[in-house]
Design a protein around this ligand. Structure first.
Ligand code: IPE
Ligand code: IPE
Ligand code: MG
Length: 245
């Protein structure tokens, strides 16, 4: 299947992907896990370009969780150094593209060099009008919600808001995804049927899609299968089935 086969009227505004299976993809080929991460990074570029082409507004990808620090230092170092190399090499191409890049998650555990690149990439793409590609890095929902609660508590303490005015919108506006459109579709690759601390609040009414394909093999055909599957879902949001036209 190709993106041109999709029904343009049923394209979601916001999709998120838990990019999983890089390590197993490499192991299956007798390669070090880092090869899987490298292939996975190039795949992210290809999938982001396809999402932009079909007018998806937001693509949010889970690249490094607050729990991934538990991995061996060599692997963690690779996961942070590889994007730096990528940004250095493709800076011009990123800046000349239509895609806006943002990061969500903690930033206080980033190296100075990584943080510097995060700022450069975010600033230099901030006026781009195409797809918003959000990279969740040192991201975890528990942390995101805890952070939001602390901010709200502080605003109450400073008298900026009163506790009675705390509602769902206010909470959503204190998450890292404050001004984003609602999450329509969450995809996880690699056969794991779990969420691993990703976008817990945002996915309250999202459609979920799981595939056995490892992330480095998740290509145009796989993306289209997921989007075609989404297009056939009946989203009721607690109401009744849409009357057939
Ligand atoms: C996803 O692939 C990338 C990250 C979590 C950083 P994994 O590294 O989790 O690959 P598997 O799950 O071990 O195959
Ligand atoms: C989830 O993948 C985090 C990312 C994809 C960044 P993991 O591979 O770390 O998840 P678990 O540990 O298998 O749940
Ligand atoms: Mg994994």
């Amino acid at each position: 299947m190709k993106v041109t086969d999709l029904d343009p009227s049923r394209i979601p505004n916001h999709i998120a992907i838990i990019l999983d299976g890089n390590g197993r993809w490499a192991k299956k080929r007798g390669l070090p896990r880092t090869y899987g991460h490298r292939k996975g990074a190039f795949n992210l570029r290809d999938i982001a370009l396809l999402c932009d082409k079909i007018n998806i507004k937001y693509l949010t990808v889970y690249c490094f969780s607050t729990e991934n620090w538990k991995r061996p230092k060599d692997e963690v170092d690779y996961l942070f150094n590889q994007p730096i190399k990528y940004f250095k090499r493709y800076r011009k191409r990123i800046e000349n593209s239509n895609i806006r890049i943002k990061f969500i998650g903690r930033r206080d555990r980033f190296s100075d060099e990584f943080l510097n690149w995060v700022n450069i990439i975010e600033e230099s793409t901030s006026t781009h009008k195409g797809l918003v590609l959000t990279i969740a890095c040192d991201y975890g929902s528990y942390e995101e919600i805890t952070h939001a609660v602390k901010e709200i508590a502080l605003e109450v303490k400073e008298g900026k808001i009163n506790p009675e005015s705390i509602n769902e919108d206010l909470i959503a506006n204190h998450l890292y995804t404050a001004d984003y459109l609602p999450l329509d579709l969450l995809i996880r690759t690699s056969g794991e049927i779990r969420i691993s601390n990703f976008m817990l609040w945002q996915m309250a009414y999202s459609e979920l899609y799981f595939t056995d394909t490892y992330w480095p093999d998740f290509n145009e055909d796989e993306l289209c299968k997921a989007l075609d599957n989404y297009a056939k879902r009946d989203r009721r949001f607690g109401g009744l089935k849409e009357a057939k036209k």
